[in-house]
Design a protein around this ligand. Sequence first.
Ligand code: NAD
Length: 278
Amino acid sequence: MTIPTVRFNDGNSIPQLGFGVFKVPADEAERAVTLAFEAGYRHIDTAAIYGNEEGVGAAIAASGIPRSELFITTKLWNDRHHDDEPDAAIAESLEKLGLEQVDLYLVHWPTPAKDDYEHAWEKMIGIRDRGLARSIGVSNHLVPHLERIVAATGVVPAVDQIELHPAYQQRDVTDWAAAHDVRIEAWSPLGQGKYDLFGTAPVADAAAATGRTPAQVVLRWHLQKGNIVFPKSVHEGRIRENLDVFGFELSDAQIAAIDALDPGDGSGRVGSHPDDVN
Ligand code: NAD
Protein backbone atom coordinates (compact mmCIF):
# COMPACT_ATOMS: atom_id res chain seq x y z
CA MET A 1 0.00 0.00 0.00
CA THR A 2 1.28 3.44 -0.88
CA ILE A 3 0.30 6.35 1.33
CA PRO A 4 0.18 9.60 -0.67
CA THR A 5 2.48 12.40 0.36
CA VAL A 6 1.85 16.11 0.70
CA ARG A 7 4.60 18.55 -0.23
CA PHE A 8 5.50 21.40 2.11
CA ASN A 9 6.45 24.95 1.09
CA ASP A 10 10.07 24.08 2.04
CA GLY A 11 10.23 21.21 -0.47
CA ASN A 12 9.98 18.37 2.07
CA SER A 13 7.08 15.90 1.97
CA ILE A 14 4.92 14.19 4.60
CA PRO A 15 2.79 11.03 4.38
CA GLN A 16 -0.76 12.40 4.30
CA LEU A 17 -2.00 9.83 6.79
CA GLY A 18 -0.21 9.02 10.02
CA PHE A 19 -0.79 7.77 13.54
CA GLY A 20 -1.41 10.09 16.51
CA VAL A 21 -0.54 9.18 20.09
CA PHE A 22 -2.31 11.85 22.18
CA LYS A 23 -3.51 10.22 25.44
CA VAL A 24 -1.68 6.99 24.70
CA PRO A 25 -0.08 6.22 28.09
CA ALA A 26 3.72 6.03 28.14
CA ASP A 27 3.71 2.29 28.85
CA GLU A 28 1.33 1.61 25.95
CA ALA A 29 2.98 3.81 23.34
CA GLU A 30 5.63 1.32 22.23
CA ARG A 31 3.00 -1.37 21.64
CA ALA A 32 0.58 0.97 19.84
CA VAL A 33 3.25 2.46 17.58
CA THR A 34 4.61 -1.01 16.83
CA LEU A 35 1.10 -2.11 15.78
CA ALA A 36 0.88 0.99 13.61
CA PHE A 37 4.22 0.27 11.94
CA GLU A 38 3.17 -3.33 11.33
CA ALA A 39 -0.05 -2.11 9.74
CA GLY A 40 1.95 0.16 7.40
CA TYR A 41 1.92 3.61 9.02
CA ARG A 42 5.21 5.49 8.72
CA HIS A 43 4.20 8.93 10.08
CA ILE A 44 3.85 9.36 13.86
CA ASP A 45 2.51 12.49 15.58
CA THR A 46 3.58 12.93 19.21
CA ALA A 47 4.42 15.86 21.52
CA ALA A 48 6.58 16.48 24.56
CA ILE A 49 3.45 17.00 26.67
CA TYR A 50 2.05 13.57 25.71
CA GLY A 51 4.78 12.04 27.89
CA ASN A 52 5.25 9.13 25.52
CA GLU A 53 8.19 10.16 23.32
CA GLU A 54 10.33 7.41 24.91
CA GLY A 55 7.77 4.76 23.99
CA VAL A 56 7.60 6.11 20.44
CA GLY A 57 11.41 6.03 20.33
CA ALA A 58 11.49 2.44 21.58
CA ALA A 59 9.10 1.39 18.82
CA ILE A 60 11.20 3.22 16.22
CA ALA A 61 14.38 1.53 17.44
CA ALA A 62 12.78 -1.94 17.52
CA SER A 63 11.12 -1.56 14.12
CA GLY A 64 14.21 -1.84 11.96
CA ILE A 65 12.50 0.53 9.51
CA PRO A 66 15.08 2.76 7.78
CA ARG A 67 15.01 6.27 9.26
CA SER A 68 14.46 7.76 5.81
CA GLU A 69 11.12 5.91 5.54
CA LEU A 70 9.78 7.36 8.80
CA PHE A 71 8.22 10.76 9.41
CA ILE A 72 8.27 11.80 13.08
CA THR A 73 6.60 14.94 14.44
CA THR A 74 6.90 16.28 17.96
CA LYS A 75 5.95 19.58 19.58
CA LEU A 76 7.35 22.30 21.85
CA TRP A 77 5.28 22.66 25.02
CA ASN A 78 3.77 25.94 26.17
CA ASP A 79 6.03 26.64 29.14
CA ARG A 80 9.18 26.48 27.02
CA HIS A 81 8.76 29.33 24.54
CA HIS A 82 11.02 31.80 26.37
CA ASP A 83 14.77 32.45 26.27
CA ASP A 84 16.74 29.41 25.09
CA GLU A 85 14.18 26.92 26.41
CA PRO A 86 13.18 25.73 22.91
CA ASP A 87 16.80 24.62 22.33
CA ALA A 88 16.75 22.59 25.55
CA ALA A 89 13.30 21.20 24.74
CA ILE A 90 14.24 19.89 21.28
CA ALA A 91 17.39 18.32 22.70
CA GLU A 92 15.30 16.49 25.31
CA SER A 93 12.73 15.35 22.75
CA LEU A 94 15.45 14.03 20.41
CA GLU A 95 17.06 12.17 23.30
CA LYS A 96 13.75 10.52 24.26
CA LEU A 97 12.92 9.65 20.66
CA GLY A 98 16.43 8.32 20.06
CA LEU A 99 16.75 10.50 16.96
CA GLU A 100 19.22 13.07 15.68
CA GLN A 101 16.51 15.01 13.85
CA VAL A 102 12.72 15.13 13.79
CA ASP A 103 10.95 15.54 10.48
CA LEU A 104 8.61 18.20 11.81
CA TYR A 105 8.77 20.30 14.98
CA LEU A 106 5.74 22.38 15.97
CA VAL A 107 4.99 25.19 18.41
CA HIS A 108 2.14 23.38 20.17
CA TRP A 109 -0.03 26.41 21.14
CA PRO A 110 0.52 30.16 20.71
CA THR A 111 -0.32 30.92 24.40
CA PRO A 112 -1.23 34.50 23.40
CA ALA A 113 -1.59 35.82 26.96
CA LYS A 114 2.09 35.13 27.53
CA ASP A 115 2.95 36.94 24.30
CA ASP A 116 6.00 34.79 23.58
CA TYR A 117 5.02 32.86 20.45
CA GLU A 118 6.91 35.22 18.15
CA HIS A 119 10.10 34.48 20.10
CA ALA A 120 9.29 30.76 20.03
CA TRP A 121 8.98 30.92 16.24
CA GLU A 122 12.35 32.69 15.93
CA LYS A 123 13.88 29.88 18.00
CA MET A 124 12.22 27.25 15.78
CA ILE A 125 13.94 28.78 12.76
CA GLY A 126 17.30 28.32 14.49
CA ILE A 127 16.41 24.72 15.36
CA ARG A 128 15.65 24.05 11.70
CA ASP A 129 18.81 25.83 10.54
CA ARG A 130 20.91 23.65 12.86
CA GLY A 131 19.36 20.53 11.33
CA LEU A 132 17.53 19.36 14.45
CA ALA A 133 14.21 19.52 12.60
CA ARG A 134 13.87 19.12 8.84
CA SER A 135 10.71 21.20 8.77
CA ILE A 136 9.04 23.52 11.25
CA GLY A 137 5.46 24.53 11.76
CA VAL A 138 2.89 25.59 14.29
CA SER A 139 -0.22 24.21 15.92
CA ASN A 140 -3.40 25.92 17.12
CA HIS A 141 -2.36 29.22 15.55
CA LEU A 142 -5.24 31.42 14.42
CA VAL A 143 -4.91 33.95 11.60
CA PRO A 144 -3.59 36.84 13.76
CA HIS A 145 -0.92 34.56 15.24
CA LEU A 146 0.11 33.32 11.80
CA GLU A 147 0.25 36.82 10.38
CA ARG A 148 2.41 38.04 13.25
CA ILE A 149 5.07 35.32 13.05
CA VAL A 150 5.33 35.60 9.27
CA ALA A 151 5.56 39.40 9.41
CA ALA A 152 8.24 39.19 12.11
CA THR A 153 10.46 36.58 10.46
CA GLY A 154 9.50 36.17 6.82
CA VAL A 155 9.44 32.41 7.46
CA VAL A 156 6.11 30.77 6.64
CA PRO A 157 5.37 27.64 8.69
CA ALA A 158 5.15 24.37 6.75
CA VAL A 159 1.93 23.44 8.54
CA ASP A 160 -0.66 24.61 11.01
CA GLN A 161 -2.02 21.69 13.02
CA ILE A 162 -5.52 22.69 14.11
CA GLU A 163 -8.68 21.09 15.43
CA LEU A 164 -10.61 20.18 12.30
CA HIS A 165 -13.45 17.70 11.76
CA PRO A 166 -16.80 18.00 9.99
CA ALA A 167 -18.55 19.99 12.74
CA TYR A 168 -15.63 22.41 13.15
CA GLN A 169 -13.81 23.27 9.94
CA GLN A 170 -12.11 26.58 10.82
CA ARG A 171 -12.49 27.96 7.31
CA ASP A 172 -10.86 31.29 8.21
CA VAL A 173 -7.65 29.46 9.08
CA THR A 174 -7.81 27.03 6.15
CA ASP A 175 -8.44 29.89 3.69
CA TRP A 176 -5.43 31.79 5.06
CA ALA A 177 -3.31 28.65 4.89
CA ALA A 178 -4.28 27.96 1.28
CA ALA A 179 -3.41 31.53 0.30
CA HIS A 180 -0.01 31.33 2.02
CA ASP A 181 1.09 27.83 0.99
CA VAL A 182 0.70 26.38 4.49
CA ARG A 183 -0.54 22.79 4.78
CA ILE A 184 -3.31 21.95 7.21
CA GLU A 185 -2.94 19.10 9.68
CA ALA A 186 -6.33 18.19 11.15
CA TRP A 187 -6.21 17.21 14.80
CA SER A 188 -9.04 15.16 16.24
CA PRO A 189 -10.02 14.28 12.66
CA LEU A 190 -12.78 12.04 14.01
CA GLY A 191 -13.95 14.62 16.54
CA GLN A 192 -12.49 12.49 19.35
CA GLY A 193 -15.76 10.56 19.46
CA LYS A 194 -17.25 13.49 21.42
CA TYR A 195 -20.31 13.96 19.19
CA ASP A 196 -22.29 11.56 17.05
CA LEU A 197 -20.40 12.28 13.86
CA PHE A 198 -20.73 8.71 12.62
CA GLY A 199 -24.51 8.77 13.02
CA THR A 200 -25.11 11.92 10.97
CA ALA A 201 -26.90 11.30 7.68
CA PRO A 202 -24.11 12.48 5.32
CA VAL A 203 -21.57 10.18 6.98
CA ALA A 204 -23.89 7.22 7.52
CA ASP A 205 -25.28 7.47 3.98
CA ALA A 206 -21.82 7.65 2.42
CA ALA A 207 -20.73 4.66 4.52
CA ALA A 208 -23.73 2.65 3.32
CA ALA A 209 -23.17 3.69 -0.30
CA THR A 210 -19.46 2.87 -0.33
CA GLY A 211 -19.54 -0.19 1.92
CA ARG A 212 -17.03 1.50 4.24
CA THR A 213 -17.17 2.32 7.94
CA PRO A 214 -18.17 5.84 9.07
CA ALA A 215 -14.62 6.42 10.37
CA GLN A 216 -13.22 5.55 6.95
CA VAL A 217 -15.68 7.95 5.30
CA VAL A 218 -14.63 10.83 7.56
CA LEU A 219 -10.92 10.13 7.00
CA ARG A 220 -11.55 9.92 3.25
CA TRP A 221 -13.31 13.31 3.40
CA HIS A 222 -10.19 14.80 5.03
CA LEU A 223 -7.85 13.24 2.47
CA GLN A 224 -9.87 14.44 -0.50
CA LYS A 225 -9.86 17.96 0.98
CA GLY A 226 -6.05 17.82 1.19
CA ASN A 227 -5.82 17.65 4.99
CA ILE A 228 -3.02 15.72 6.67
CA VAL A 229 -4.50 13.40 9.33
CA PHE A 230 -3.26 11.07 12.09
CA PRO A 231 -6.22 9.38 13.76
CA LYS A 232 -5.56 7.81 17.12
CA SER A 233 -6.58 4.36 18.30
CA VAL A 234 -4.94 1.73 20.48
CA HIS A 235 -7.01 -1.11 19.01
CA GLU A 236 -5.37 -3.13 16.28
CA GLY A 237 -8.57 -3.50 14.25
CA ARG A 238 -9.21 0.24 14.21
CA ILE A 239 -5.54 1.07 13.58
CA ARG A 240 -5.80 -1.05 10.42
CA GLU A 241 -9.27 0.23 9.51
CA ASN A 242 -8.10 3.86 9.69
CA LEU A 243 -5.29 3.16 7.23
CA ASP A 244 -7.50 1.31 4.76
CA VAL A 245 -8.88 4.44 3.14
CA PHE A 246 -7.17 4.52 -0.22
CA GLY A 247 -9.33 2.03 -2.15
CA PHE A 248 -12.44 4.19 -2.59
CA GLU A 249 -13.51 7.74 -3.32
CA LEU A 250 -16.30 9.98 -2.15
CA SER A 251 -18.29 11.82 -4.80
CA ASP A 252 -18.41 15.61 -4.92
CA ALA A 253 -21.95 15.42 -3.58
CA GLN A 254 -20.90 13.22 -0.66
CA ILE A 255 -18.07 15.64 0.15
CA ALA A 256 -20.40 18.64 -0.05
CA ALA A 257 -22.92 16.98 2.29
CA ILE A 258 -20.20 16.44 4.92
CA ASP A 259 -18.92 20.00 4.38
CA ALA A 260 -22.38 21.20 5.39
CA LEU A 261 -22.12 19.59 8.86
CA ASP A 262 -20.31 22.65 10.27
CA PRO A 263 -22.98 24.90 11.83
CA GLY A 264 -20.62 27.83 11.22
CA ASP A 265 -20.89 29.33 14.71
CA GLY A 266 -17.97 27.55 16.34
CA SER A 267 -20.24 25.34 18.43
CA GLY A 268 -18.76 22.16 16.95
CA ARG A 269 -15.42 22.62 18.70
CA VAL A 270 -14.49 19.70 20.99
CA GLY A 271 -11.07 20.90 22.23
CA SER A 272 -9.75 24.09 23.80
CA HIS A 273 -9.82 27.49 22.10
CA PRO A 274 -6.26 28.74 21.44
CA ASP A 275 -6.91 32.01 23.28
CA ASP A 276 -7.74 30.04 26.43
CA VAL A 277 -4.54 27.95 26.54
CA ASN A 278 -1.69 29.85 28.16
P1 NAD B 1 -9.41 11.46 16.96
O1 NAD B 1 -10.40 12.32 16.29
O2 NAD B 1 -8.35 10.79 16.18
O3 NAD B 1 -10.26 10.44 17.81
C1 NAD B 1 -9.68 9.36 18.46
C2 NAD B 1 -10.81 8.54 19.05
O4 NAD B 1 -11.72 8.17 18.03
C3 NAD B 1 -10.29 7.23 19.62
O5 NAD B 1 -9.89 7.39 20.96
C4 NAD B 1 -11.50 6.34 19.48
O6 NAD B 1 -12.37 6.57 20.56
C5 NAD B 1 -12.15 6.86 18.23
N1 NAD B 1 -11.79 6.06 17.02
C6 NAD B 1 -10.58 6.00 16.40
N2 NAD B 1 -10.65 5.20 15.32
C7 NAD B 1 -11.93 4.75 15.26
C8 NAD B 1 -12.62 3.91 14.36
N3 NAD B 1 -12.02 3.37 13.31
N4 NAD B 1 -13.93 3.67 14.60
C9 NAD B 1 -14.55 4.22 15.65
N5 NAD B 1 -13.97 5.04 16.52
C10 NAD B 1 -12.66 5.31 16.33
O7 NAD B 1 -8.80 12.35 18.16
P2 NAD B 1 -7.40 12.71 18.76
O8 NAD B 1 -6.66 11.54 19.26
O9 NAD B 1 -7.68 13.82 19.68
O10 NAD B 1 -6.61 13.32 17.51
C11 NAD B 1 -5.69 12.60 16.71
C12 NAD B 1 -4.30 13.10 16.92
O11 NAD B 1 -4.23 14.50 16.73
C13 NAD B 1 -3.78 12.92 18.35
O12 NAD B 1 -3.43 11.60 18.66
C14 NAD B 1 -2.62 13.88 18.33
O13 NAD B 1 -1.51 13.30 17.65
C15 NAD B 1 -3.21 15.04 17.55
N6 NAD B 1 -3.75 16.11 18.43
C16 NAD B 1 -3.11 17.30 18.46
C17 NAD B 1 -3.59 18.33 19.25
C18 NAD B 1 -2.87 19.64 19.24
O14 NAD B 1 -3.17 20.52 20.09
N7 NAD B 1 -1.95 19.87 18.34
C19 NAD B 1 -4.72 18.15 20.06
C20 NAD B 1 -5.38 16.92 20.01
C21 NAD B 1 -4.90 15.91 19.18
